[in-house]
Design a protein around this ligand. Structure first.
Ligand SMILES: [Ca+2]
Length: 115
């Protein structure tokens, strides 16, 4: 009987540990940089927010970050508003799922999974 209770407690403990270890997390903090030639986007991720700076590094075509979130089922864009130099496009984006950087009228990088 005592062994059965121990085994049961161990099973419950193991189940709780695996839930903690393998449950889908809100996302780890970290940083990712996406490149398209000299254009780039820096993404700083925290628990649910991603802070983005998308920066045009080449004269000619505009640059934007294309991204998706949990909340909205279509793709949105964050542009570098003033082309090469000057400022970068900046935003805090809630629960970003994936992103890629694009040079307008040229092409995009591959999609990067965020959360
Ligand atoms: Ca700029």
């Amino acid at each position: 009987m005592r062994n059965r209770i121990s085994a049961l407690l161990f099973t419950v403990f193991a189940a709780i540990c695996s839930l903690i270890l393998f449950s889908p997390s809100a996302g780890a903090a970290g940083s990712i940089t996406l490149y398209h030639g000299s254009d780039y986007a820096d993404l700083l991720t925290s628990s649910t927010l991603t802070y983005v700076e998308v920066c045009d590094g080449e004269a000619g075509n505009g640059v934007y970050l294309e991204y998706q979130t949990y909340a909205i089922p279509y793709t949105r864009k964050l542009w570098d508003p003033d082309g090469k130099g000057g400022d970068c496009g900046k935003a805090n984006i809630e629960r970003m799922t994936r992103a890629r950087i694009c040079e307008n009228n040229v092409s995009c990088s591959g999609w990067q999974q965020i959360y």
